[in-house]
Write a protein that binds this ligand. Structure first.
Ligand SMILES: [Fe+2]
Ligand SMILES: [Fe+2]
Length: 165
């Protein structure tokens, strides 16, 4: 694919993925406002934007075999943990933006745990050990087997963990 079109496809992927997430947040808000039909509409269009996003992504040939996908995901977590979040955290601290500082710092820490899960999965690729996963709905920490009493990153209670299907 020519560079210009590839850039446009990548931009379209990012924007559609953002729209997907944004609409799901809007749906949640509509539910809180007891507007279930509007929530339903937002979820319907969110599903459509998700289809658009994945269609663009597929064209970028970014979905390789699973071993490669695990390796890339591992690298990506290391990069955001080691470079991107620390840089953004520094700037948020310089700006005295406490809420953003806390978010960047917690998520930076969580990404290291994600990297570790991928590293172990790469080692276990053949063994196919099965385990349950629970995600902290506050910070994104992923627990194996069972949820902890409190999240080791953000201290959220066990009730904030959701089982992954
Ligand atoms: Fe992550
Ligand atoms: Fe957490």
């Amino acid at each position: 694919m020519k560079d210009r079109t590839a850039n446009n496809v990548h931009t379209a992927f990012v924007e559609e993925a953002k729209a997907h997430e944004r609409l799901l947040m809007f749906a949640k808000k509509a539910e809180e406002e007891e507007l279930p039909q509007i929530a339903h509409l937002f979820r319907a269009v969110a599903a459509a934007e998700g289809i658009h996003s994945r269609r663009h992504f597929a064209m970028l040939e970014s979905v390789a075999d699973t071993q490669t996908n695990l390796e890339r995901s591992f690298q990506s977590e290391n990069t955001v943990n080691g470079i991107h979040y620390p840089a953004m955290l520094l700037e948020a601290e310089e700006d005295s933006e406490t809420a953003a500082s806390i978010t960047f710092s917690q998520i930076r820490d969580v990404e290291a745990f994600h990297a570790n899960l991928y590293r172990r999965a790469l080692n276990d690729l053949i063994a196919q050990r099965s385990t349950e996963y629970y995600v902290c709905t506050v910070c994104g920490y992923v627990a194996e087997r069972e949820p902890p009493e409190n999240c080791p990153v953000c201290n959220a209670p066990r009730s904030k963990f959701e089982k992954v299907n």
